[in-house]
Design a protein around this ligand. Sequence first.
Ligand SMILES: NC(=O)c1ccc[n+]([C@@H]2O[C@H](COP(=O)([O-])OP(=O)(O)OC[C@H]3O[C@@H](n4cnc5c(N)ncnc54)[C@H](O)[C@@H]3O)[C@@H](O)[C@H]2O)c1
Length: 291
Amino acid sequence: MSEIKTIGVAGAGTMGAGIAIVCARAGFRTRVFDLNQQAVERARDQTEAFLRKSVERGKLAPEKLSEIMGQWSGSTSLSDFSDCDLVIEAVFESLPVKHDLFGKLHQICPPHALFASNTSTISITEIAGGSGRADRFVGMHFCLPAQLMKLVEMSPGLNTSDETFAKAWALCEALGQKPVRTQDTPGFVLNYFLIPFNNDAIRLVEQGVAEAADIDLAIKTAMGYAMGPLELLDLVGMDTQKLLCEAMHGITNEPRAACPPLVRRMIAAGWLGKKSGRGFHTYADSKMFGA
Ligand SMILES: NC(=O)c1ccc[n+]([C@@H]2O[C@H](COP(=O)([O-])OP(=O)(O)OC[C@H]3O[C@@H](n4cnc5c(N)ncnc54)[C@H](O)[C@@H]3O)[C@@H](O)[C@H]2O)c1
């Protein structure tokens, strides 16, 4: 198998923007694709702002900023992925959307290119089934925010070749991330805990047991978490949380994974979380991770 030099990131939303930072920062030519031009522009702004902050904090040499931005390019045209050696997909959590995208990518990308999905809850084997190259397909689940969190859950589908998995694992390490092997199961390790846990926090708000800020404070103080569950949900986004719950509950029937009604009301009200300026908490601006 040839070396990975160029990485395509499909979807420039909350996760795709962060994954692209990780790839470009590690020295890979990074192509970012989204159907939405604004999402591409936002991801570029976010990347620059994040890198500028890294320089201010002494974590990045000033001359590296333009070097990393030089590795980053964004587009609304999928044909720009024609030279990618690996595509990491981070589009909406929907099997038909992912199948449609990978079907197109299979026609555009070179035969040696590996495909990876950042899905949180959908089966890697099922997504790979619509990719035309199930042997060269792997799950790579980054954590939010990807540019700061090291964990990547790596999951082979039933048809993933050993060679593909080994190559994706090595790439993950070359990105400076910490891979952990998991089976192809809904939620892998992290979201198996996190989705029901976060929903419990939402239900405490629904029942009026405590204010959002006090729930977050209690969890952070007692459990040593950097962020409370409702603060984290504001970053995840209610729209994404709803899709995650539907996918997880649809597969497992776990009652605690069912989408709490409050999430649907918040989406209807436009309270998506940090990205819309209001979720369980309110924000002076809607910039994600400094951009
Ligand atoms: N938000 C999280 O905490 C989190 C964490 C880990 C993994 N994930 C997974 O990452 C994926 C993306 O989640 P997100 O939170 O970044 O969502 P998001 O809604 O923030 O971003 C999704 C982006 O995909 C774009 N998109 C949708 N369909 C597309 C298509 N066919 N082609 C190109 N772009 C398309 C949208 O325009 C949007 O910019 C999901 O599979 C989700 O399960 C999310």
